[in-house]
Design a protein around this ligand. Structure first.
Ligand SMILES: Cc1cc2nc3c(=O)[nH]c(=O)nc-3n(C[C@H](O)[C@H](O)[C@H](O)COP(=O)(O)O)c2cc1C
Length: 177
């Protein structure tokens, strides 16, 4: 169904709990955990500008790429870390730079992605914490020409039972799917 990447180191934390409440039918086995993957950072080597390739694709990004090519939906799950996705998830997203080169340098865009969802939580009761993620999601939406959906949850550090506390937000977001 989807490429699902959990960017939180906490597999039972706020972001994952809220993702499960929003997408109850998704099998846990489908989820790729960013903190379990060995991902080389994009170092702007520009190999992807010369050919449709990335010199590091024999790392765990190969699993992400294969899953991406077989599905029409991307779901990213992440807490806010200093106003952005976690570093481990951002490292994966930065590797999507090869798809930018594929689209704009080699005129071979990936056009099969229809929806990109982000499920995100943050500690502060401040919606601005998601501004960085919103811009990253907009860039991803433009890259894949996909519809984007940002599901955010503020103030998670004060919460014990996530699904109960955020039940109104969860119902609202589910009604938008
Ligand atoms: C390294 C680090 C950076 C963080 N940066 C922010 C931040 O910029 N704004 C914020 O509101 N919360 C911040 N937090 C709090 C997390 O976003 C919050 O605890 C989140 O709900 C944890 O989600 P998880 O349980 O899914 O890992 C940060 C936490 C850590 C560990």
């Amino acid at each position: 169904m989807a490429l699902i990447i959990n960017g939180s180191p906490n597999k039972q934390g706020a972001s994952m709990s809220l993702f499960k409440a929003l997408f109850p039918k998704i099998d846990e086995a489908e989820i790729l955990h960013a903190y379990d993957l060995n991902i080389h950072p994009c170092d702007d080597c520009r190999v992807c500008q010369k050919k449709i390739s990335c010199q590091y694709n024999d790392d765990d990004f190969s699993v992400i790429k294969d899953t991406l090519l077989q599905n029409d939906t991307i779901i990213l799950i992440s807490p806010v870390y200093f106003g952005s996705f976690t570093d481990q998830l951002l490292k994966i997203i930065n590797r999507f730079q090869q798809f930018f080169a594929q689209k704009f340098t080699h005129q071979a865009p990936l056009k099969h992605i229809k929806h990109i969802y982000v499920v995100a939580s943050c500690g502060a009761k401040n919606q601005e914490m998601f501004d960085g993620m919103a811009l990253s999601l907009k860039i991803l939406g433009s890259l894949f020409e996909a519809k984007t959906h940002l599901f955010t949850f503020t103030g998670a550090d004060q919460v014990k039972n996530y699904t109960q506390h955020y039940q109104t937000d969860i119902a609202h977001y589910k009604s938008q799917m």
